[in-house]
Design a protein around this ligand. Structure first.
Ligand code: ATP
Ligand code: MG
Length: 575
């Protein structure tokens, strides 16, 4: 994050001291004022999909506040909609929150744990004349609701007696009525300027199997009726959610005021994360999975935490990203480069350097003895001396990257060409003497080169220095691997900017995955474990995929190196 004028290394945004954002400022103020003994937050996912990078922002905020202020953060599944929820999602969400580095301790909850209490509170509203059973079907409820400009109309069932409402609501619960035939609604104000206050639905009838309560219930509370009351039951002090709930806050408060809750939580809203070249709507992500545009929720192109993990993202990088983007009160879009930048910063410090050749071109060193092999010590990470070094075998036949040779080099091409000398990384200088081609296709199939034995380790006694340093792998010792080159899933910064008559899928990137079936790796990579992250020198950061089999690794490209070829070459030439 350093830039000119940022010499003291402090964060650019926000003051150097004091709370980092307005939510933390509120928490600090409330704690100082003694409004709460300690802070209690919650992260409330609905188990209807996998968590994505947007959820990470919310997780880091809620768990981060709890940690910084010595409070606690609950993981609460908002499982009030049985039709879309599944155990698979519950399991993946817990795994992902843990992977991100957070811990809810013993505070794992489900909104469905509170169904009985919520039902009793609904009864309370019925008995106090603040809720009624409405027989309008869903589309009529919508029509009666009015618009932002026009007030709504009162339901013809609004003035039922308490006795009749009680009777009907109990019979709704007992399963007497069909799905959608009746709802329980709050009796607030059909002319309220806020549409959420126009007699919102509290309960609907749904004869569906719930992933936790089975068929115990056939009426289910709506999100608005459940959320704040769950917060109240759990003693949540600061209920932090995204801005689209701002208009729901008056309703949140209305329930808390009108119910005998044990505790009064408050809702605060912050801006959700939007990222360029990325969709974060669960509906769209589900669509991509179900329609086979990606291989699953953990496809390395998905912005899900499972996908990012498989791609090679570290939890540290994601947390650093969440810190860096901060928390604001107005919506905006963050550039995906910011996320990639946080990743590179982390991997640059931690990833071991290895050599891998993606598109191999055979090189034979004609003056190197046949049958000889030697080992060169190469540092594992020049950024971290503690990472040590490893032995890399060198022999007469090698592979270099096809792109690193040109028969007719253009002006600024400093890599290998006929008659030219280059440095092989940590090995020797070689000079291309002869180009061998396939007789029929004319394709270059082999380079015959000579090496200078005086340049072992990469420097010449006479001080000469080639302009380019290439990575290489000894042919005899090479390990075959599949390498999956991932790129952005969408070609447009805003995937929702699509031609008329199409949808966001029109912007899918057809080249988001390119498979390299036969890459050559240095032997240190033979026995990787899934999840191992390395830098392939000059190519980028890569992560071993769970598809890796013994002695046949599969690597995912996590992210390319930021630097251009030119810059890397210059740096290596100066080494
Ligand atoms: P749905 O449309 O299914 O409600 P959702 O993305 O809101 O999708 P939830 O499971 O309800 O999914 O989200 C859990 C929490 O994560 C909520 O508090 C929500 O506000 C927050 N959240 C979701 N998306 C983002 C995002 N893009 N940025 C920040 N927070 C988010
Ligand atoms: Mg939601």
């Amino acid at each position: 994050m350093s830039s000119p004028g940022d010499g003291d290394g402090k964060r650019l945004e926000g003051p150097p001291e004091g709370p980092r954002d307005f939510i933390r400022a509120i928490v600090e103020r409330d704690l100082k004022a003694g409004a709460h003994r300690s802070v209690v937050t919650r992260f409330p996912p609905e188990p209807n999909g996998y968590l994505h990078i947007g959820h990470a922002k919310s997780i880091c905020l809620n768990f981060g506040i709890a940690k910084e202020f010595g409070g606690r953060c609950h993981l609460r599944f908002d499982d009030t909609n049985p039709s879309k929820e599944e155990q698979e999602y519950v399991d993946s969400i817990q795994a992902d929150v843990r992977w991100l580095g957070w811990d809810w301790g013993g505070h794992l909850y489900f909104a469905s744990n509170y169904f009985q209490q919520l039902f009793e509170w609904a009864l309370h509203l019925v008995k106090t004349g603040k809720a009624y059973v409405c027989d309008l079907p869903a589309d009529e409820v919508r029509r009666y609701r009015g618009t932002l400009r026009e007030p709504g109309r009162e339901s013809p069932y609004r003035n039922r007696s308490v006795e009749e409402n009680l009777d009907l609501f109990l019979r709704m619960k007992a399963g007497e009525f069909a799905d959608g035939s009746r709802t329980l609604r709050a009796k607030i104000d059909m002319a309220h300027p806020n549409l959420n206050m126009r007699d919102p639905v509290l309960y609907r009838i749904l004869h569906a199997e719930h992933h936790r309560t089975g068929d115990a219930w056939c009426i289910y509370p709506m999100y608005d009726f459940a959320h704040g009351q769950c917060d109240a039951i759990e003693g949540v002090t600061h209920s932090v959610c995204t801005l689209e709930f701002e208009d729901h806050r008056p309703l949140y408060d209305w329930f808390i005021e009108n119910l005998p809750v044990p505790h009064k939580p408050h809702q605060y809203e912050f801006a959700r994360l939007n990222l360029t070249y990325t969709v974060l709507s669960k509906r769209k992500l589900l669509d991509l999975v179900n329609k086979g545009y990606v291989s699953g929720w953990d496809d390395p192109r998905m912005p899900t935490l499972a996908g990012l993990r498989r791609r090679g993202y570290t939890p540290e990088a994601i947390r650093a990203f969440c810190d860096r983007i901060g928390v604001a009160k107005s919506n905006s879009t963050v550039e995906v480069e910011t996320l990639e930048g946080c990743l590179r910063e982390d991997l640059n410090k931690t990833a071991l350097r290895r050599m891998a050749v993606l598109r191999p071109l055979r090189v034979v060193i004609t003056n190197y003895p046949e049958g000889k092999a030697e080992e060169l010590e190469v540092p594992n990470n020049p950024e971290d001396p503690r990472a040590g070094s490893r032995a890399v075998p060198f022999s007469r036949a090698l592979y270099i990257e096809r792109d690193d040779f040109r028969e007719d080099p253009p002006k600024k091409f400093f890599r290998l060409a006929p008659g030219r000398e280059v440095r092989l990384r940590a090995a020797y200088f070689i000079t291309c003497q002869e180009v061998v081609k396939d007789e029929t296709t004319g394709e270059v199939v082999e380079l015959r080169c000579t090496y200078d034995p005086e340049t072992r380790g990469g420097s010449a006694p006479d001080g000469r220095s080639p302009k380019a340093t290439l990575h290489w792998v000894s042919a005899l010792h090479a390990v075959d691997a599949e390498v999956r080159l991932y790129d952005r899933l969408f070609t447009k910064a805003n995937p929702d900017d699509f031609p008329e008559g199409e949808d966001y899928r029109a912007n899918l990137n057809p080249a988001s995955l390119v498979v390299v079936p036969a890459a050559k790796l240095e032997p240190a990579l033979a026995f990787v474990r899934p999840g191992d992250r390395v830098q392939f020198e000059r190519l980028g950061y890569f992560c071993a995929d769970p598809d890796s089999a013994q002695a046949h690794p599969v690597f995912n490209r996590t992210v390319t190196l930021r630097d251009t070829w030119a810059k890397i070459e210059a740096a290596q030439a100066n080494r």
